[in-house]
Design a protein around this ligand. Structure first.
Ligand code: NAG
Ligand code: NAG
Ligand code: NAG
Length: 300
């Protein structure tokens, strides 16, 4: 843990977080409760593609190594069409052309794009994963029981625009976490769906892995690696493999609300008989008095 993360974690222990509605709630959720809900969400993740994906890991490399140790793609079979036709994937993929990749450009959200965001959230909210997430957050007094208000809360966290460059509302949590952005290099881009899509187009170059981990679902649950996106090198990148869009939205939202700016304990398949525990790091971006998702990614 860096000093920065450590200090921030200490601060958040006594922190009060504010709802998008302006209400204030204190946070006190045990690690055990987070391990329990995360493994329950994994068990409910019927849209996950854990067994449909085959990774071609090739060679191990190191963070900072720019040499391509993996001439072939990471995803051996390219885009999994049968998975991408499922509603939450299909709706999420329709959002991928809605953003300007540079943080220096203000995003203009058209009515069409707003409708696409709403359709994505409608699909996500139809899943058992989000229903269980809602129940958990209501019990923890971090969400309202009214579904529409909960949806609005998550919509603000994920799609609310904020600034990473002065005067430019060029970022959202969704864009950062799922698509990735250009600032000084690439930041974000933690979605395997995005990775395989861009890799299939030839825009992402997989260079080899530094670490992998099993979460008891599919062969590989997490991967850590350097990579290149549109020729720009990122020394350290982590992805969950096979998780559905709704599972990623659920886990990252829970961690944003319960362990903001710190590490959040997560458990994969609880009945797998192996250690499937990992962590999610979130960062909060504050803009005009509101809290948005600055970043969220898995870490070993
Ligand atoms: C937080 O939760 C723990 C364990 O449930 C409890 O012992 C402690 O008193 C709680 N603290 C606050 C401030 O509510
Ligand atoms: C954004 O602007 C800053 C400051 O002018 C510059 O350093 C950076 O390279 C720009 N980034 C992109 C992706 O345009
Ligand atoms: C969890 O792991 C067990 C043991 O490997 C396996 O039988 C089961 O199918 C896994 N569950 C899920 C939901 O993948």
């Amino acid at each position: 843990m860096s000093h920065f993360v450590f200090i921030i974690s200490l601060l958040t222990v006594c922190a009060i977080i504010s709802f998008s509605s302006g209400q204030q709630r204190s946070v006190n959720i045990t690690d055990d409760a987070l391990l329990e809900i995360s493994s329950r969400l994994y068990a409910l993740d019927v849209n996950g593609a854990y067994d449909q994906l085959e990774l071609n890991l090739q060679s191990r490399t190191s963070s900072g190594n720019r040499v391509d140790k993996a001439p072939l793609p990471l995803f051996r079979n390219g885009i999994p069409k049968n998975v991408f036709s499922r509603p939450t994937y299909e709706k999420m993929l329709s959002l991928f052309d809605n953003y300007l990749a540079s943080v220096n450009e203000t995003e203009q959200v058209t009515p069409q794009e707003k409708a696409e965001e709403a359709a994505f959230f409608d699909a996500v909210f139809a899943t058992e994963v989000i229903k269980a997430t809602h129940k958990f957050l209501v019990a923890q007094r971090l969400a309202e029981s009214n579904v529409e208000r909960f949806k609005e809360q998550l919509r603000n966290i994920w799609f609310g625009l904020y600034q990473r460059a002065p005067g430019k509302q060029g970022s959202s949590g969704f864009e950062h976490v799922f698509l990735g952005e250009f600032k000084n290099g690439i930041s974000g881009l933690h979605s395997w769906v995005r990775f395989v899509t861009e890799e299939a187009k030839g825009d992402i170059n997989y260079l080899g892995y530094t670490r992998t981990m099993s979460i008891g679902k599919g062969a590989v649950g997490l991967i850590e690696m350097p990579m290149k996106f549109l020729g720009v090198y990122k020394p350290h990148s982590t992805l969950m493999i096979g998780s559905s869009p709704e599972l990623e939205i659920a886990l990252y939202s829970i961690c944003f609300l319960t362990r903001p700016d710190s590490l959040c304990p997560i458990k994969g398949n609880a009945t797998s008989g192996i250690s499937t525990r990992y962590q999610i790091q979130t960062f909060v971006s504050k803009f005009q008095g509101r809290r948005y998702l600055g970043s969220a990614f898995p870490t070993f």
